[in-house]
Design a protein around this ligand. Structure first.
Ligand code: NAP
Length: 336
């Protein structure tokens, strides 16, 4: 028979939200257990920051820090206060029973008084040759202009943004601060973005829209042992014509997907898959004793520092919920 682990607090996810929640919870003697994820091609323990090169906008690091170093430091800090870590995914949850029951990819069953979900979101990628390697190695492909656009690598270059939604408009406009020119590549002949954002992009002198066009591959050259982007092979969806566009950077802005599939039917999710918080100012979900933080709830800010902030909030809420009697107090309140 498999052993059932019994825990006060389980944290699912290991980005800035998960580790910050762990640091606060561990220092409050909740002895948190973190499931940091098993790792796959697009998702690894540490989350999206593991795919980022330099983080220059997280306060406290005047010289910047790499995303990987930052996440290793978060993890170490959580461990210092007694956080226990399991390198597996949580693949199934039963939030209808109490304690909450979680099942891991390694077959572990965990019963938890409280749970913090901090599973993050994944940027959607184009899935074309060249893209993944250059994104992973800092070779000029990114899914976050705010994170990477100001890096010296992209300065005074012709950059490309792919997408036709608000994110693509925002990224293109942001990049005009650094780029010599921004090509905004969209697969159709009309934007999905809000009118005001679309107008701003269309009217900007540095932005050129490339309509009805899809990217087929990303080309690169090797420089000092590292590959860096040189251009995009693109195809016109109307004429079928192909050409190569020379660019010094590619920003993919075709949306995000929160990592919440395993919560389907167990917790209140928005149509987009993000976790709905009944009281927008708090991190409590519609399930008592279950909290959520970071990009799995945030479809708006999506920054490391905001994720860390909500991780802290979720841990404080979990601590207070337990201190005020947890599920028994909730049951009493429901009866009285
Ligand atoms: P989105 O609205 O879903 O737009 C995604 C865009 O990417 C669409 O134009 C889509 O093309 C294109 N696309 C999707 N898959 C593609 C593929 N495989 N190849 C090429 N193009 C592809 O996503 P979003 O822009 O990230 O916005 C998400 C939500 O956040 C929206 O509600 C948005 O309004 C909001 N948001 C608001 C702001 C703001 O107000 N400042 C900023 C950012 C985001 P099609 O149009 O052809 O489907």
């Amino acid at each position: 028979m498999t052993e059932v682990m019994r825990e006060k607090l389980v944290i699912i996810g290991s980005g800035p939200a998960g580790w910050t929640a762990a640091i606060y919870a561990a220092r409050a003697n909740l002895e948190p257990l973190v499931f940091e994820g098993a790792g796959s091609r697009t998702m690894i323990p540490g989350g999206q920051l593991m795919f980022t090169t330099d983080v220059e906008n997280y306060p406290g690091f005047p010289e910047g820090i790499t995303g990987q170093e930052m996440m290793m430091a978060f993890r170490k800090q959580a461990e210092r206060f007694g956080t226990r870590i399991i390198t597996e995914d949580i693949v199934k949850v039963d939030l209808s029973s109490y304690p909450r029951v979680l099942t891991s990819s390694g077959g572990k069953t965990v019963e938890a008084d409280t749970v913090i979900i901090a599973t993050g979101a994944n940027a959607k990628w184009l899935d074309v040759p060249g893209e993944e390697e250059l994104a992973r190695t800092g070779g000029g492909v990114s899914a976050c202009a705010v994170c990477d656009g100001a890096l010296p690598f992209f300065r005074e270059k012709r950059l490309a943004v792919v997408g036709g939604g608000d994110s693509a408009m925002e990224e293109a406009l942001y990049l005009t601060n650094f780029a010599s020119e921004v090509l905004l590549i969209h697969r159709r002949d009309a934007f999905r973005a809000s009118q005001i954002m679309a107008e701003r992009a269309l009217e900007h002198p540095k932005i050129t829209v490339v309509w009805n066009t899809v990217v087929e591959s990303v080309s690169s050259r090797e420089q000092d042992g590292l590959k860096e982007i040189t251009g995009l092979r693109v195809k016109n969806t109307v004429t079928g014509e192909e050409e190569t566009l020379e660019v010094g950077g590619l920003f993919v802005a075709i949306g995000h997907k929160p990592n919440t599939d395993f919560l389907e039917g167990q917790i209140d999710l928005k149509d987009t898959g993000y976790i709905r918080l009944p009281d927008g100012g708090r991190m409590a979900t519609n399930v008592q004793g279950v909290f959520a933080a970071g990009d799995c709830v945030d479809d708006y800010y999506r920054q490391a520092v905001t994720a860390a902030g909500t991780g802290c909030m979720a841990a404080l809420e979990a601590e207070r919920w337990l201190a005020h009697g947890g599920i028994e107090a909730e049951a009493g309140a429901a009866v009285s």
